[in-house]
Design a protein. Structure first.
Length: 546
């Protein structure tokens, strides 16, 4: 096996050069693993290595201590195959610079940077004790709003601090949030992994070159999926996805492959919280769906404003939302559908993966039949309940997102590679979520199968108020509804129109109840009335008479 240091794809066989970018491959056994380890007692910067606490695809993390003052720290060391890659080194340095430019207590602190004798870069950061939000959700399942919202509100403040400093995170997900637990039971989240953060307003430059991280498909905004320029609103969308996942147990869009998820992020209206978890108040639906608007201009102005709207809706529904996040021991029941991952989904999305920028020129290549095939590899577990997976997918037909793009995508494990923390005692592995249970197993008595409704219910939260809703050529009525639509898996088109506004068409799959937020833009005036004149409509003609 050998790895391309530019696009990070891994190849088998006698391939010596990456067919995507022409870079010479680095054999996996070029440097013995033992030679890469930092042994206990070794001095790195001003700190003495104590032990390795984690390892991922891009580097390893060690616990260390200052030998004079006794301060504990974590040291993250970049893997050697990336230490001579200018793009990866730039990302590594950019992460350290980004967190110091923001300087917020809700973001992990990186306070030193250097290079080992063998050329590997490292930085030194605070050592955290706790668990990632992703790990916490695996232990607990979905969280009640009273526990989840105070945690999410603190994450929102950290994100807004980053945005105020001109930085978008671009890879927000539960793996990149670390929960620190105080002795009094309070919970304090820390944002991790600003490795693909973007300085807002900068030109694309090397930040989106081939082989560099773009985001995680399960949490990516539509504009990220389409490779468009992004700003702080991409984090608002990802925060909305994470809010949905924390409250329901799974992200809003799942699929058996990455292309399916990317297309859903771009085209499919998200399900309302209450349609996934009927025990959640319907009032929470609208503020979360606003964060998940496909059009960035329709999202809230800030992450804090977004979560405050959810908190306000929760309190209006009678839910007590404390100002301080606290740890709860209560476990909510897991849902069978739709949050359960199928075996195929577990293989691809068992751990959220960070997607790499595709090779733009691959759209002009011919058949991929003669191309060396990339493979799926798993590295040994570095930490309990954290499998480091590297997934490489060659797309011959291309990705249908606002057109067809043939591309080679590389997916590597996202997150902080290895969390800078003392790992807590490993929890027992969570049970595999089962498929739908059989209706009945006992009895000679006939099994009663509940009737599946023939229709789904559509509600529309529209601006302006007089928006008409059409299903194909058939008028359903005026928003907000509810409207009945025949249930099915085949996509149908909904058209929203209002006098004096531009119409919008949305494609949905009517297999569950849906709440759609929609905002129509005003039409631009084509003519102006003469001074003192009054415009009126001529009967049976769409013209204006003055």
């Amino acid at each position: 096996m050998a790895t391309c240091p530019t696009c990070l794809a891994t190849y088998s066989g006698d391939v010596a050069t990456c067919p995507v970018d022409g870079t010479s491959l680095v054999p996996d056994d070029a440097i013995p693993a033992a030679a890469l380890q930092l042994e206990p007692g070794r001095i790195v910067g001003e700190y003495r290595i104590e032990r390795k606490i984690g390892e991922g695809g891009f580097g390893a993390v060690y616990a260390a201590v200052h030998p004079v003052i006794g301060k504990s720290a974590a040291i993250k060391v970049l893997n050697p195959q990336y230490s001579h890659n200018p793009v990866m080194v730039s990302r590594f340095v950019a992460e350290a610079r980004a967190v110091n430019q923001i300087r917020h207590r809700g973001i992990i602190d990186i306070f030193s940077f250097g290079k080992l004798e063998d050329g590997r870069q490292y930085y030194i950061m605070e050592l955290l004790e706790g668990v990632t939000l992703e790990g916490y959700l695996r232990q607990r399942g979905r969280l009640r709003p009273s526990e989840a919202l105070p945690i999410l509100r603190q994450i929102a403040r950290a994100l807004d601090a980053a945005h105020a400093a001109g930085i978008a995170h671009r890879d927000l997900k539960p793996e990149n949030v670390y929960l620190v637990f105080d002795e009094d039971g309070s919970v304090f989240p820390k944002l991790l992994d600003f490795g693909i953060a973007k300085l807002l307003g900068e030109s694309q430059g090397h930040k989106t070159r081939t082989g560099t991280p773009m985001g995680t498909p399960l949490y990516m905004s539509p504009e990220q999926c389409r490779g468009k320029q992004v700003d702080h609103r991409t984090d608002i969308y990802s925060f909305g996805v994470m809010t949905h996942a924390v409250l329901t147990g799974a992200p809003p869009f799942m699929g058996d492959d990455v292309m399916d998820v990317l297309m859903q992020q771009v085209q499919t209206p998200p399900p309302a919280l209450s349609s996934v978890c009927p025990d959640l108040p319907i009032g929470l639906d609208a503020p979360v769906l606003r964060m998940l608007a496909k059009d960035p201009t329709e999202r809230p102005a800030s992450v804090t404003a977004a979560i405050d709207a959810v908190v306000e809706a929760a309190r209006a529904a009678g839910i007590e939302v404390p100002s301080v996040a606290t740890r709860s021991s209560e476990k909510l029941p897991r849902l069978d559908v739709p949050t359960a991952l199928t075996p195929a989904q577990q293989a691809v999305f068992g751990q959220a993966t960070t997607m790499m920028q595709p090779e733009a020129t691959s759209a002009t290549t011919g058949s991929s039949g003669d191309q060396p095939k990339a493979t799926l590899r798993s590295t040994p577990d570095a930490m309990p309940s954290r499998r480091s997976k590297v997934l490489f997918v060659t797309l011959g037909a291309g990705l249908l997102v606002a057109g067809t793009v043939a591309a080679t995508l590389h997916f590597s494990r996202g997150g902080p590679d290895a969390v800078a923390a003392h790992p807590p005692p490993p929890p027992p592995p969570p049970p595999t979520l089962p498929a739908l249970p059989p209706e009945k197993t006992a009895a000679p008595e006939p099994t009663v199968v509940p009737d599946v409704p023939l229709d789904i219910e559509l509600r529309v939260q529209a601006t302006p108020d007089n928006v008409e809703v059409h299903l194909g050529e058939r008028k359903l009525g005026v928003a907000p509804g509810p409207f009945k639509i025949p249930r099915g898996d085949a996509p149908v088109e909904l058209t929203f129109s209002a006098k004096g506004h531009q119409s919008k068409t949305v494609s949905i799959e009517p297999n569950h109840n849906i709440l759609i937020p929609i905002t129509l833009e005003k039409e631009k005036a084509t003519s102006q009335p003469r001074p003192g004149g009054t415009a009126k409509t001529v009967k049976n003609r769409g013209e204006l008479e003055y």
